[in-house]
Design a protein around this ligand. Structure first.
Ligand code: ATP
Length: 489
């Protein structure tokens, strides 16, 4: 059977009332009607609607009725494709592929390319290219654009395509569910930048944040939003190894190249081939490792310990630190050239105590929900009012990780409702009993001002002292200013 398949085009196949914008009937100059009027030579026309068909779609049904009435010998059928998002190419492509490959696999299929959203048109093209179907694709040139003064039928002939035959569109967030990421208000911009970074393959990223704020989580998000998301994501904490071990972990080693190298080992850069490597605590690597890493980034090649031939690598690099790398560079402890290579894009994650109460509540709810599944509980734990108040007032120095661990421990020791007395001791020590002498208050205040200004000079101005006094206090109170100040001046 020779079939014609097309979407309906809500904006072009129908007339609308100027004022109310309501659809009032079929547009007889529209693409689908015009095709029937001038070019239809098929056994059947399948009209596709993106609705789910639970209720008849008045537009597509109206078009079908009109075509059958005006062209009584034409056979017209409707299919409901249940498309949730009319610009989601992946969804449209998989639905239409299912229809073409299952229901009409033995038919000659002509695709009427003109109607539908751009995503629908791209999907036609991809299916035609990647499935190697013997589809023909037609377009109609309306008479106002044709030289002949009549509408024209054009067959789209793809002579050469840059899309490979087996092209695949990747699903959004493959390997990770959307729900794995709680993107609260203060994280919205960071995650939306991360999404953009995911789409730009050649850039490195440096993520700043205290321990447990979600740096690896964010790096994973970048990976999942990138074209590399079906390849490995490999994370390594650089501060946990000696130089020799870190070198062999990252770049590999040959059997016998050092004591303990009992077999050849492929380095993580090679293991992550095509994917992403996450280098955590990058600020802690030695000058020697900085030099080695810089070479790898520049040359895009690694030389394993004991090997004499370099191997090409294709890896996206995301690094993270809780230190101020530019200050370390200014102090001569980190190479500027490596810093610039790593920090083509930068993202900053705020500590949990600086996120709003509503955001902390959102995270608590998220972990209560997800840990219910981990602990295979039929009921979700409930925090009573007082317990919730105490948790919300606790500063969580270990950030999101500490909060997550807390909720896990609550699941271990409680079955339904958590009362205040059931909370760990560290949360119950009232703030009043904590050390709050003048010196502590001054220290906390300096930290606060450094965090707000992110510059020692400005902090000194706000505090009403000269920079030397501030420097001395920072030293006396043993404040690690690199944790709070991004560009220490
Ligand atoms: N936005 C978020 N949504 C859901 N879970 C989160 C989020 N941020 C962090 N987490 C969870 O918090 C925990 C700590 O996050 P992660 O390991 O990414 O922190 P980190 O900053 O890399 O820590 P460290 O520097 O100590 O390695 C993880 O279990 C992670 O899944």
């Amino acid at each position: 059977m020779k079939l014609l398949i097309s979407w309906i085009a809500a904006m072009h196949d129908f007339q609308r009332d100027e004022e109310s914008k309501k659809f009032i009937g079929v547009d007889k100059n529209g693409p689908n009607y015009n095709f029937h009027k001038s070019f239809f030579s098929h056994d059947k026309h399948i009209l596709l609607s993106s609705n789910n068909g639970k209720e008849p779609d008045p537009l597509v049904e109206g078009l079908r009725t009109c075509l059958i009435k005006d062209f009584p010998d034409h056979l017209v059928e409707v299919r409901y494709m249940e498309i949730k998002d009319v610009i989601n190419i992946q969804e449209i492509k998989s639905r239409v592929e299912g229809l073409l490959l299952r229901e009409f696999e033995n038919d000659q299929i002509d695709i009427f390319f003109s109607p539908g959203t751009s995503a629908m048109q791209i999907s036609w093209y991809l299916i035609h290219e990647s499935q190697l179907l013997t589809t023909k694709m037609f377009q109609v040139r309306p008479q106002r654009f044709s030289k002949t003064g009549r509408a024209e039928l054009l067959e789209m002939q793809v002579i050469k395509s840059t899309i490979p035959g087996g092209s695949v569109i990747k699903e959004e967030g493959v390997g990770h569910h959307k729900e794995d990421y709680v993107i609260t208000e203060s994280l919205k911009q960071v995650y939306s930048h991360a999404e953009m970074i995911g789409g730009a393959d050649q850039v490195t990223t440096l993520i700043y944040g205290e321990s447990g704020t979600g740096k690896e989580h964010l790096a994973n998000y970048i990976h999942n939003r990138s074209a590399r998301n079906d390849k490995p994501f490999i994370a390594i904490n650089c501060s946990a190894f000696t130089d020799e071990l870190l070198g062999s972990r990252l770049f590999g080693h040959k059997k016998g190249s050092f004591t303990g190298a009992i077999e050849d080992h492929m380095g993580l850069f090679q293991e992550a081939r095509g994917g992403t490597i996450f280098l955590d605590e990058i600020g802690d690597i030695s000058p020697y490792m900085q030099q080695s890493l810089l070479r790898v980034i520049q040359e895009k090649k690694v030389l394993g310990v004991g090997f004499n031939k370099e191997v090409e690598i294709d890896v996206r690099i995301v690094a993270a630190t809780n230190k101020d790398l530019s200050s370390l560079c200014a102090e001569g402890k980190f190479r500027w050239d490596l810093y610039y290579r790593l920090a083509i894009t930068e993202l900053i994650l705020p500590p949990l105590r600086e996120r709003k109460e509503s955001e902390r509540k959102e995270l608590i709810d998220f972990f209560l929900k997800t840990k219910k599944i981990t602990f295979k509980r039929s009921k979700q734990l409930v925090l009573d009012k007082e317990a919730l108040r105490i948790i919300l007032n606790y500063p969580f120095p270990g950030n999101v990780r500490e909060l997550e661990n807390l909720i896990e421990s609550l699941y271990v020791f409680n079955s339904e409702t958590v009362i205040a007395r059931a909370l760990p001791h560290r949360l119950l020590v009232p703030v009043d009993n904590q050390k709050m002498d003048l010196k502590t208050v001054e220290k906390l205040h300096i930290i606060k001002v450094l965090k707000v200004t992110r510059s020692k000079q400005q902090a000194a101005k706000l505090l009403g002292c000269v920079i030397n006094t501030l420097e001395k206090k920072i030293k006396d109170y043993q404040i690690d200013s690199s944790l709070f100040v991004k560009n220490v001046h």
